[in-house]
Design a protein around this ligand. Structure first.
Ligand SMILES: [Zn+2]
Ligand SMILES: [Zn+2]
Length: 309
């Protein structure tokens, strides 16, 4: 995200930020005390603002950005061109740096950018507008829009033996996917600093939102074995629809968010290795490359570094 001075904002951007700031007052945040407001702008100039709604079972919490998109959608407005976000905390002094959306929200904003055909502008602002940062959803969720010409594909001979076995574990895990709805098999395998590997696959659900991706399953499996010092994750996918099998998939925004959290715990910029089932198209990136300007535990002033938990 690039910092810009508020004088360089258009009138529409100004009012969008104001709507996001005002929405922070409506946040339902009994657990974190962290108020987030978001406002989306449609091509015709309509603005829809909303705030975060938390839940005692933390997982069902819905971020302000997704609430605002849902509000626009419920009003028949899907041609979103911009989203503004602002936040403040009951627990600590106001932040000086504007926050970016979490990975899950980036995933949802990206979906809407496909609907509107517009690379949605993402504008973060501190509550006092002293720091304003702008970006686009394609920059905030790199690789989602894959143009292979712009991606460094690695030939599998250039991989080291750890990377090779991690990819093999991910490919093998695709066979265990529970995917009666999409027919899309995803396998993921995480590698810890001490060399342990934990592999898992996606588990879908008739209530689609309850589906859990392979990457999060693999992280959960490692965590349940007491292993949080993750240094790499490999991901492989294949589809029952043979035509989709040449594609090397990247982790969704929610998984990037989950990987980023573990990167904070292990203090390692986790390597993300993506491979098709034949290991023909391999892409290697770090989690910081895949989730730039991430929202993490430091934004909540929480120290999650291994050993401090
Ligand atoms: Zn979010
Ligand atoms: Zn995912």
């Amino acid at each position: 995200m690039k910092n810009i001075s508020s004088e360089n904002l258009s009138a529409a951007q100004h009012s969008l930020i104001e709507a996001a700031i005002a929405a922070t007052d409506t946040a339902y945040v009994p657990y974190s005390g962290y108020h987030v407001g978001a406002a989306v702008l449609t091509r015709s100039g309509s603005v829809f603002a909303a705030s975060n709604v938390e839940n005692v079972a933390y997982g069902p919490t819905v971020c302000a950005e997704r609430m605002a998109i849902g509000k626009a959608n419920a009003s028949g407005a899907r041609d979103i061109v911009a989203i503004a976000i602002s936040s403040r905390s009951d627990k600590f002094e106001k932040t000086k740096i504007a926050c970016g959306p979490c990975g899950s929200c980036r995933q949802v904003i990206y979906e809407m950018s496909q609907v509107s055909g517009y690379n949605i502008d993402v504008i973060g602002s501190t509550i006092d507008k002293s720091n304003i940062a702008v970006s686009t959803i394609e920059d905030l969720l790199p690789l989602r829009k894959k143009t292979y010409a712009s991606v460094n594909l690695i030939s599998s001979e250039k991989l080291n033996s750890d990377q090779h076995s991690l990819i093999e574990a991910a490919i093998a895990a695709t066979d265990t996917a529970y995917n009666p709805y999409s027919g899309y098999h995803v396998g993921a395998a995480v590698l810890t600093r001490s060399g342990s590997v934990f592999a898992a696959s996606n588990v879908e659900n008739a209530a689609y939102g309850s589906t859990i991706c392979a990457e999060q399953m693999a992280i959960g499996k490692a965590n349940a074995s007491g292993a949080r010092d993750i240094v790499a994750i490999a991901i492989s996918t294949r589809s029952d629809d043979q035509e989709k099998n040449e594609i090397t998939s990247d982790p969704c925004g929610t998984c990037r968010q989950a990987i980023y959290e573990m990167a904070q715990v292990s203090e390692c910029n986790i390597e993300v290795i993506m491979s098709d089932k034949n290991k023909r198209n391999v892409i290697v990136k770090s989690i910081e490359q895949l989730l730039p300007y991430a929202f993490g535990p430091s934004q909540l002033h929480i120290d999650v570094v291994k050993g401090n938990l």
